[in-house]
Each structure stands twice: as structure tokens, then as C-alpha cells.
Write a protein that binds this ligand. Structure first.
Ligand SMILES: [Mg+2]
Length: 201
């Protein structure tokens, strides 16, 4: 029986859509398309996720690497946290799960400063029974260590736990440990998927 529901943050509970977000600064979609991967799919961004680098330093490093793109880099770093907005239908599911007696947890790759920001901004963070944030743990998904940390810290039994992530690759280590998983794609009906695991809300 499932008792614990573990949530990823980005694109499960909070939006992370840099391409859409940057449209407010430039209408040049081709430019955005080449810009975003250079930032959010870089090794440096992974170091931010790992808590090995600060956002302040990262901005300086990116500008020194791509000086001709200084303007958009600065705009991005000054504003990117504004795109971290709640995905309401999934927040409602989180609230219902908690009311129905399920324990809820976060297991997320998230930049430390961004986590502090969203935690302060959105009330739903008070609901969780525990959290593992990569920027605080200095380890990122899909390293199995981060999944094991969650199980150990909160004494979770894998067979009683269900993990929801939008990236398939991040579900695999959880599955290996015996945790049930839901791949939350853009059009996933999360309530329906939870029902398949007899999660009653
Ligand atoms: Mg995600």
C-alpha cells in the first residue's frame, strides 16, 4: 500500500519554462532556442543544482564566456525565478493527498537560492513531511545516493512510496530501489495515474 508520495519540483509543482519566459525580453525565437541550452543545459547549471556554485558567480562566468550575450544573460539572471510559478492542478492534488493522510516529500534537483525563494513565496511548502533538495545535499538526480538519502532520512519503505517526476531518466534509480513511479508529462492526468496505484484522494 502506498503511504508516501514524493514530488519533483520543476515542471511537476512549479513551472520551469525558460523558452516561454524569455519571450518577454525578445521575440527572436531562434535566438532563445540557441541561448537557453547554453545556460540551463550547461555543466555550470548542473554545478548550481549541486550547490557547488552561486548564482552570482554563475552570471559572471556566463558573461565572460559569452560576452556578446551579456544583455540577455543579465536579464535572465535578474528575472528567472519569476517563471517559477505553481502548477495549480498539481498543488491541489498535493493538498488533497495531505488531507487524506498521505505523507508528502520533495525530491528535487533545485538551486539552493531558488529553493529559498520559492519556499518563502508559496504557502504549499509547509505541507511537506520532508524534503531533499540537490543544492543543499550537494548531489543531484539521477545519482542513487540522493534517492537513498530520502529513504534513509525519513525512514521510508520503498514499496510504500511513489515518486512523481517529469523526466523519465530520473525515475529509473527510484524504480531500482523498489519505489513506484509516475512519469508526469505535460498532458498527464495525475489524479488518474495516482488511482492506478490505489491512492485514494
Ligand atoms: Mg522536473
Amino acid at each position: 500500500m502506498i503511504k508516501n508520495i514524493i514530488f519533483d519540483l520543476g515542471n511537476v509543482l512549479l513551472r520551469f519554462k525558460p523558452e516561454e519566459f524569455l519571450l518577454q525580453f525578445t521575440s527572436d525565437k531562434e535566438y532563445i532556442k540557441q541561448f537557453v541550452p547554453k545556460i540551463t543545459r550547461s555543466k555550470l547549471w548542473l554545478d548550481l543544482d549541486r550547490g557547488l556554485e552561486s548564482l552570482e558567480n554563475a552570471e559572471i562566468i556566463f558573461i565572460s564566456k559569452y560576452p556578446e550575450e551579456k544583455e540577455l544573460i543579465s536579464l535572465f539572471f535578474n528575472h528567472w525565478m519569476e517563471m517559477l510559478t505553481p502548477i495549480e492542478e498539481n498543488i491541489n492534488i498535493l493538498l488533497d493527498l495531505s488531507k487524506s493522510g498521505y505523507k508528502t516529500y520533495i525530491l528535487s534537483n533545485y538551486i539552493k537560492e531558488a529553493f529559498i525563494f520559492v519556499k518563502e513565496k508559496f504557502d504549499f511548502f509547509t505541507i511537506f513531511d520532508g524534503q531533499i533538495i540537490s543544492g543543499e545535499e550537494k548531489v543531484i538526480k539521477p545519482d542513487k545516493v540522493i534517492y537513498e538519502s530520502l529513504l534513509r532520512r525519513y525512514q521510508l519503505i520503498p514499496e510504500e512510496s511513489l515518486f512523481i517526476d517529469d523526466i523519465l531518466f530520473f525515475l529509473k534509480p527510484a524504480k531500482k530501489l523498489g519505489i513506484s513511479t509516475i512519469w508526469n508529462r505535460p498532458h498527464t492526468d495525475l489524479r488518474k495515474e495516482l488511482k492506478k496505484f490505489n491512492v485514494v484522494i
